[in-house]
Design a protein around this ligand. Structure first.
Ligand SMILES: Cc1cc2nc3c(=O)[nH]c(=O)nc-3n(C[C@H](O)[C@H](O)[C@H](O)COP(=O)(O)OP(=O)(O)OC[C@H]3O[C@@H](n4cnc5c(N)ncnc54)[C@H](O)[C@@H]3O)c2cc1C
Length: 505
């Protein structure tokens, strides 16, 4: 894992430019940045604004509005049988460098990766398991004990790797190359700010890192070109995209690549819940947090925006940041803004404490059911995946199911032989990816109204929200507070739109 990002160059740079701007009488002595949404995106904007603001900068108040009573947004936990589990965003990649940094600066503890090698996987087609790895369990306690010996565990995972290789062959390496290549390009967003432009549009941000083309084609087309076999694409890759985005391999390529990266080794999470990143960043960033306060309208009144909330309050904000997807919200913008239509993929997350019914899967015992049941793309399949979160004992586990439709009780009763507790959450989870992606702008008007979640059409993760938020914070600091000049991005000739990488504002 790489360590925290320090940005001395930019700080010095901003300090210098800020010293200039302080003498500029046109700037207000004190300004307010209002952030709508206290998820990882909104909290990261607050964090990076503070991190990159020189001490000599004019006083800036930051207000964060959150319609819920808690922060975190799509990072949330649920309690089943007295234990807490991630209900939304669950896993982080080892190269998610902003969140790796958050862990350090917020002194959080992580659930270390590991153990997943010995988890069994089955690919269910509605009638049978078309592929299954070995399961590390038996009905006989002594054998169960033997199976848990480390060397046996290693042998089982070796056999599982061999099995996976026998089925999918060298295509697996091609898949790995495709993912590594994408991750490598994404790492450009952590380069020193001195050599990294500030982006006014998502298109430019993606082009600069060499990721744009992946958003203009489907994952399937990308993988076929990369030489993957149909079997691998239709089985393992499909299982992964259905788990991570509830979508098929027809989703756009970048989201698909991110999804595949999210099934690799070294994945981690925050002990006690990923939402603590948002809470910690907000706590550390000296912001006024307005919980239970939903913003209903944002009106541009010339020098400032007036935000009106459901509590009947009005706020004067020189800069406004929307840090939530606008697609299913009815915030009124005056004058109206225009963004491309985008559909959100709803993912129904069902937690069940009980026991899976082996008969449903044509098996003799529940112990024969893989720990993770993935599915192929078939509209008649009622769920995308079922995973064991915790085995309490032989007769009881906690499971998490993802589905595109709500799971009806009758259906659950056929899938489970025992069901003691059931919790259903309907998430407006992430964009429904559709190539070629069309991106909303980061700057919603020509002034100081910003949109973090424009980046979600590229990929929706905690880290991508943080990466977009960092760019928005730099945009605000350069466009509103200073005259920062940044290096040209060397954009390719295919660069779209008239807005270019931000230069000398
Ligand atoms: C089921 C599921 C599984 C996922 N798994 C992963 C994963 O394993 N790894 C990963 O990295 N990502 C995962 N994601 C995606 C990840 O959760 C999101 O990309 C990320 O959390 C988005 O953060 P955000 O801050 O941009 O938006 P959000 O978390 O949605 O935050 C927006 C906030 O704005 C608030 N809000 C909305 N409107 C208003 C208003 N008018 N006024 C005030 N407040 C408002 C909302 O209440 C919310 O708290 C998953 C998502 C889901 C749903």
């Amino acid at each position: 894992m790489m360590m925290s990002l320090t940005l001395p160059f930019l700080l010095t740079f901003l300090a210098l430019s800020q010293a200039q701007s302080l003498s500029d009488d046109s700037l207000p002595p004190s300004s307010t940045v209002c952030i709508v949404g206290a998820g990882i995106g909104g909290s990261s904007v607050a964090h990076f604004l503070r991190k990159y603001s020189p001490e000599s900068a004019p006083a800036t108040d930051i207000r964060v509005f959150e319609r819920n009573g808690v922060v975190g947004g799509r990072m949330a936990t649920v309690t089943v049988a007295g234990e807490s589990f991630e209900a939304g965003a669950s896993i982080l990649h080892p190269k998610n460098l902003h969140t790796v940094d958050y862990v350090k600066i917020l002194n959080l503890k992580v659930n270390e990766p590991g153990g997943s090698d010995s988890l069994s996987l089955g690919i269910w087609d509605g009638n049978k398991f078309v592929f299954k790895t070995l399961t590390l369990s038996s009905n006989v306690p002594l054998i169960n004990k033997l199976l848990k010996l480390p060397f046996v565990d290693t042998i089982v995972s070796f056999f599982n790797s061999a099995r996976i290789f026998l089925r999918y062959g060298f295509s697996l390496f091609k898949m790995q190359n495709f993912v590594e290549n994408t991750v490598e390009r994404f790492l450009k967003y952590y380069e020193e700010p001195s050599s990294r432009p500030i982006f006014e549009t998502v298109d430019e941000m993606l082009q600069w890192a060499g990721l744009y083309n992946l958003t203009s084609r489907t994952l399937q087309d990308e993988l076929v070109d990369a030489g993957l076999s149909d079997l691998l694409i239709n089985e393992l890759v499909t299982v992964i995209t259905r788990i991570n985005y509830g979508q098929s391999v027809s989703m756009s390529g970048l989201g698909g690549a991110v999804s595949l990266a999210g099934s690799g080794a070294g994945l981690w999470s925050i002990q006690g819940g990923n939402w603590q990143m948002a809470a910690g960043l907000i706590n550390q960033s000296d912001v006024a947090l307005h919980l239970h306060e939903e913003i209903k309208s944002v009106a541009d009144l010339g020098d400032f925006y007036e935000l009106n909330s459901t509590k009947g309050n009005s706020y004067r904000c020189e800069v406004t940041v929307v840090a939530t997807p606008l697609d299913e919200l009815d915030i009124q913008f005056i004058p109206p803004i225009s963004i491309p239509e985008r559909k959100l993929q709803h993912t129904y997350t069902t937690f069940v404490r009980g026991l899976l019914n082996p008969e449903y899967f044509g098996l003799k015992a529940a112990t024969k059911i893989p720990d993770l049941v993935g599915t192929i793309e078939d509209p008649s399949l009622p769920f995308s995946c079922i995973a064991v979160l915790k085995k309490h004992n032989e007769k009881e586990s906690t499971y998490k199911l993802f589905s595109r439709q709500p799971m009806e009780d009758t259906l659950l009763d056929s899938i489970f032989s025992v069901r003691k507790e059931t919790i259903l959450i309907n998430w407006a989870a992430y964009p429904h990816y559709h190539a070629p992606e069309v991106f909303a702008p980061f700057i919603l008007d020509r002034r100081h109204l910003y949109y973090v979640n424009a980046f979600e059409n590229a990929a929706s993760t905690m880290e991508t929200s943080a990466v977009a938020a960092e760019n928005i914070a730099r945009l605000i600091l350069s466009r509103y507070f200073g005259k920062v000049s940044v290096n040209s991005s060397n954009l390719s000739a295919t660069s779209q739109g008239e807005g270019s990488t931000h230069l000398d504002l």
